[in-house]
Design a protein around this ligand. Structure first.
Ligand code: 5RP
Length: 224
């Protein structure tokens, strides 16, 4: 089967395009991370190239988003240079009925949370496999940890009832290293009854930089 006929790829392309079509001229756009947002970035670039929209400034949420934005001709800016973000488009690993998310499958959730939370409108783009009744049911919760604190953070998370696992690289020996130079642990919880409370509790553990729970941040979900 060719890649373009893979139904999941088609779903990702469709939602990426739908979100890219909402971008209007003269705006600052947060550019998310992952395979679905990559299509949105590509389509924003196409719309800039064919003159449908102009004067877009992108704020990338990762090295990957930065590379793609450059590849597709989207001018970039930084949070130091702007006082607002009009819209952010990003993927997710799980979306619950309240539009709360688990993110961090690409280990980019720290920058993603900064950019997505600042956006006036945050649009999530996902294929239908990401829609869940309860967060944590299909995906382990990513937590970015400063390396020297790894052992006490793992212990603290185990005391909270989670099963932490250091994320290892693929085609790279050793752990995944984030764009900030930290490590990621993926935590299995039997249940996450109160995502807002768990988000705060995890971030209160010294050494935790950010976790992948996005509570009350999403405005719109595009799913197929
Ligand atoms: C990266 C993320 C991604 O948005 C999430 O993993 C979804 O990725 P994909 O669109 O490739 O399924 O949170 O940290």
């Amino acid at each position: 089967m060719s890649q373009s006929m893979d139904p999941v790829v088609v779903m990702k392309q469709e939602v990426g395009k739908a979100a890219a079509n909402l971008v209007v001229s003269n705006t600052i756009v947060g550019l998310g991370t992952g395979s679905t947002t990559a299509y949105a970035i590509e389509y924003i670039g196409d719309r800039l190239k064919n003159g449908e929209i102009s004067n877009i400034q992108g704020i990338p949420t990762s090295f990957q988003a930065e590379v793609l934005a450059k590849q597709y001709g989207i001018p970039l800016t930084t949070l130091d240079a702007v006082d607002h973000i009009d819209m952010a488009i990003d993927g997710a690993d799980e979306v619950d009925p309240q539009k709360n998310l688990i993110k961090g499958g690409g280990a980019a959730h720290t920058r993603e949370k900064i950019v997505d939370s600042l956006a006036t409108q945050f649009i999530v783009v996902v294929d239908s496999s990401k829609l869940v009744e309860k967060l944590g049911s299909t995906f382990k919760l990513p937590v970015e940890v400063i390396p020297m604190a790894m052992t006490p953070v793992m212990r603290a998370i185990a005391q909270l009832g989670g099963k932490p696992e250091l994320r290892m690289g693929i085609r790279k020996a050793g752990p995944v290293i984030t764009d900030q130079g930290n490590m990621v642990i993926d935590v299995e919880f039997a249940a996450i009854p109160d995502p807002a409370a768990l988000e705060k509790t995890l971030n209160n553990i010294p050494g935790v930089l950010e976790n992948g729970l996005f509570v009350g941040v999403t405005d719109l979900v595009f799913s197929r």
